[in-house]
Ligand binder design. Structure first.
Ligand code: FE
Ligand code: MN
Length: 468
């Protein structure tokens, strides 16, 4: 371990032998105490042991609280889609007496409707969370701005519901964390309009330090209180160690997603529909083998997809199945082997992953080979976390990898109509962002070459050209 090596290498030239022995004991003891109280350091060090060079990360920003908010005021407000025409409003209050209510309406300051939801709280080591409220409101009208207030007092927020007719625009950002790069990515996301944000895992990088979840909630609030944020988990959201085996405690308490509505039994994988698009959120850090609940749920979920209603089929997961970066090479292989065929046969259009802190886009792929009926794979783990960028790639670039760049940024998927969508990747510049990669996609549901015939046999394929 790095820390041990460092402490062990300290030179003590002027100290007597017995005193040295005593100091040695203290050193061992202090290392033990250090890891007892800061187990996340051990995790971070283990994580960092995968060797690759990364561009200098930017400083961590920690938002410790709002000076203009009282104990009873809501903080960390974020919203998520929950079934058709409903929204879940999530917020935290320090004051435990605050009711789990949300008042809302279409005019600022005048709330014609209100709803009461549920609340939770959790403890982890010496940390006790605030009161975490989740309130489902609706039915709501499409593409409409609603003004809302949480817990009966405090500041007014507003959000806009997604459109009910195409086009629709998704912002996609993975591995966000909370650094100055994160702030830059968020500013660029907020500067251009979008309907729904999709996050393929690794949210706060709390790594067991729970106040970092609170800080993350405050940092994303200006964006996540305005547009629904739909997330799946990454390895940094697991937060399980030997002395504390209950995984996903903070993630599940703070970021509940509409899993019941999609027939899933776990917040770790679910799906949802939003105009013309069926989106599947998979879990890389929960069971995915053919005997698992996730596998069976995915099979059933894909069987229910009606491409005449949702011509677009998108999947998100954390650990990429296709990756030519040296970082996390092969990490997604067991999940790919278990689930790739299901996604291929369902004619999934695009699979987004995070985990590798860089951007990469593949051609349509199945079973490691170019295939006109396979999904386009995109790695977008470049949101801005404290670990920095994954700089080194396999050389030469395999032919299935079409674009790769280790820069921070975010993506945009604009579903224009039933057949065409425009994907763009925007790298962060100092004060603005610019397009690094772009691509017109044609939905596989509209491809006569890939659509399956009624007897389940595929018709002979011809090449589908997605390039600009
Ligand atoms: Fe990550
Ligand atoms: Mn990760």
């Amino acid at each position: 371990m790095h820390v041990q090596m460092h402490v062990g290498a300290v030179c003590l030239p002027y100290v007597s032998i017995p005193l040295r022995k005593k100091m040695e004991k203290w050193r061992v003891f202090s290392i033990f105490i250090f890891f007892l109280y800061f187990p996340q350091v051990l995790l971070v060090q283990l994580h960092a042991s995968e060797e690759y060079a990364r561009q200098a990360p930017r400083p961590i920003i920690v938002n410790t609280g709002h000076h203009d908010r009282s104990e009873s005021d809501p903080q960390q407000v974020h919203i998520s889609l929950v079934g058709k025409d409903y929204m879940r409003v999530s917020f935290v209050t320090s004051d435990k007496q605050v009711p789990s209510t949300v008042e809302y309406g279409k005019t600022p300051g005048s709330y014609e409707a209100s709803a009461t939801g549920e609340h939770t709280q959790y403890t982890l080591f010496t940390y006790t969370s605030g009161k975490i409220h989740h309130v489902v409101i609706g039915p709501l009208e499409p593409r409409t701005t609603y003004y809302y207030r949480c817990g009966g007092s405090g500041p007014e927020f507003s959000f806009r519901t997604p459109t009910s007719t195409l086009p629709i625009e998704f912002a996609v950002a993975g591995d966000l964390g909370q650094t100055e790069w994160t702030a830059s990515t968020l500013a660029h996301i907020g500067a251009m309009d979008y309907d729904v944000l999709l996050l393929p895992g690794d949210l706060s990088y709390a790594d067991l330090l729970q106040h970092r979840w609170d800080s993350f909630g405050r940092i994303v609030e200006p964006y996540a209180s305005k547009r629904p944020w739909m997330v799946t988990h990454g390895n940094h959201d697991v937060e399980s160690i030997l002395s504390y085996p209950e995984a996903f405690k903070a993630y599940n308490a703070r970021w509940p997603m509409p899993y019941q509505q999609s027939g899933s039994t776990s917040n770790l994988y679910y799906s949802f529909d939003v105009v013309g698009t069926h989106i599947i959120m998979l879990g890389s850090y929960t069971d995915f083998d053919p005997e698992s609940d996730q596998y069976k749920w995915l099979f059933a979920d894909l069987a229910k997809v009606d491409r005449s209603v949702t011509p677009w089929l998108i999947a998100l997961l954390h650990t990429p199945w296709y990756n030519t970066n040296k970082a996390h090479k092969g990490s997604g292989e067991s999940m790919r082997k278990a689930m790739e065929e299901m996604l291929y046969k369902a004619r999934v259009d695009v699979v987004y992953a995070g985990h590798v802190h860089a951007y990469e886009r593949f051609t349509r792929v199945y079973d490691k080979k170019e295939d006109p009926c396979g999904p386009v794979y995109v790695t977008i783990g470049d949101g801005g976390n404290r670990e920095g960028l994954a700089m080194s790639y396999e050389k030469p670039s395999p032919s299935i990898s079409l674009y790769r760049e280790p820069s921070f940024g975010h993506g945009r998927l604009r579903i224009v109509n039933n057949t065409h969508a425009y994907w763009s990747w925007h790298r962060n510049n100092e004060s603005d962002s610019n397009v690094g990669d772009e691509l017109w996609l044609e939905s596989l549901s509209s491809s006569s070459a890939c659509v399956q015939t009624s007897n389940g046999q595929e018709s002979p394929s011809k090449f589908v050209n997605d390039e600009l």
